[in-house]
Ligand binder design. Structure first.
Ligand SMILES: C[S@@+](CC[C@H](N)C(=O)[O-])C[C@H]1O[C@@H](n2cnc3c(N)ncnc32)[C@H](O)[C@@H]1O
Length: 277
C-alpha cells in the first residue's frame, strides 16, 4: 500500500503480519483455520449463487480483503463448474495477500484487477455481480466499519449478490481477542464482530439473511495451538505458556482445554447474504 496513509492500529497490526515475514505464522494459523473456509464452502450451493448472478455470460466478482485466497481455494477443492467464467478483482491493503490470493485462482476464476487499499478507501459504483468478504472485516475499526461496508454495498450492481462471513461476539476469534486485550494490550482497538457488520449493513440499507454456522477446531499439539493463537492476536511475542497464566486470557483458555491439555475452540460464524436493490 502507498506510503503516507494513516492506518488504524488494528490494520497496522494486521498488515505487519500479512507479509512475507509473517508466512510461517500464517501457515501455523491455517493448520486450524482452514476449517473456517471448508465450513463456508459446504454451507451453500455456491455454484448456483454464481450462476444466478451471471450477466452477459460472465461474473464480475470482488473479493474484499482477499487474504491468501483460502475461500476460493476451498470452493475449488469442493468443485465448481468451468462456466460461467468468474473475473476476480482482489482488494486488500497487503501486496503480499494480493499475490498469495492471485496464485490460488484457477478456472472458473481468473484474476482481473487488483486494488491495494483499505475497503474504506475503495470507490467503485455498481461494478460487480458478486462481492464477498469472508473472515475479512475483523480489522476494520468500529468508527470506520460503516464506511467500509457501505463501499462494499455500493460496489454491487442492482441485483448483485453480497456475502459477508464473520464470527460473532461469542465465537472464538472475538472472545479470545477480548481476553487477550484485557490481559496484554488494553489500548488496542477491538475486532469487529458479525453483529457490528449486520448493523453496518443495516445502515447501508441492507437486511441480510443470516445463517449461523457452528463448528469447532482444535489440537493437542501445543506448537500448533501456540501458532494459531499468536496469529489470532497478531502477536508472536506472547508464548502459549504466558497466555495460560492467571488473568482473563488464562481463564478463557482454561475453558478451551480438556484434562489432557488438548484444545478445542468453539466457533459461530454468521453467514450473511443479500441481493442489492
Ligand atoms: C483473514 S484475511 C481474509 C481471508 C480471506 N477472505 C481468504 O479467503 O483467505 C484478512 C485480510 O484483511 C486484510 N485487511 C485488513 N484490514 C483491511 C481493510 N480495512 N480493508 C480491506 N482489507 C483489510 C488483511 O490485509 C488480510 O489480508
Amino acid at each position: 500500500m502507498g506510503s503516507g496513509v494513516t492506518l488504524p492500529d488494528t490494520a497496522r497490526r494486521s498488515l505487519d503480519h500479512w507479509s512475507e515475514a509473517g508466512r510461517a505464522e500464517m501457515e501455523a494459523f491455517y493448520a486450524l483455520a482452514t476449517e473456517d473456509y471448508r465450513q463456508l464452502a459446504e454451507a451453500r450451493d455456491w455454484a448456483a449463487d454464481l450462476r444466478d448472478h451471471t450477466l452477459d455470460g460472465r461474473i464480475r466478482l470482488l473479493d474484499v480483503a482477499c487474504g491468501s485466497g483460502k475461500f476460493p481455494a476451498a470452493l475449488l477443492r469442493r468443485g465448481l463448474p468451468a462456466r460461467p467464467p468468474v473475473a476476480v478483482d482482489l482488494l486488500d491493503p497487503s501486496g503480499f495477500s494480493l499475490a498469495e490470493a492471485r496464485a490460488v485462482l484457477r478456472t472458473p476464476f481468473a484474476a482481473a484487477a487488483e486494488h491495494e487499499l483499505l475497503l474504506q478507501d475503495f470507490r467503485a459504483e455498481r461494478a460487480y455481480d458478486v462481492a464477498w468478504a469472508t473472515h475479512a472485516l475483523y480489522a476494520l475499526p468500529p468508527d470506520q466499519l460503516a464506511a467500509g461496508v457501505a463501499r462494499m454495498v455500493a460496489a454491487l450492481r442492482p441485483g448483485g449478490f453480497g456475502v459477508v462471513a464473520q464470527a460473532c461476539a461469542r465465537s472464538h476469534y472475538l472472545a479470545f481477542y477480548e481476553a487477550y486485550r484485557a490481559q496484554f494490550a488494553p489500548d488496542v482497538t477491538p475486532y469487529t464482530d458479525a453483529e457490528g457488520v449486520a448493523d453496518a449493513l443495516g445502515a447501508a440499507g441492507v437486511r441480510p439473511t443470516i445463517v449461523p454456522l457452528h463448528y469447532t477446531t482444535g489440537s493437542a499439539d501445543r506448537g500448533v495451538v501456540e501458532g494459531f493463537l499468536q496469529r489470532c492476536a497478531f502477536d508472536s511475542a506472547v508464548s502459549l505458556e504466558a497466555m495460560e497464566a492467571d488473568g482473563p486470557l488464562g481463564s478463557y483458555l482454561a475453558g478451551c482445554r480438556d484434562a489432557e491439555g488438548a484444545y478445542t475452540f468453539t466457533h459461530v460464524t454468521h453467514l450473511m447474504t443479500w441481493e442489492n436493490r
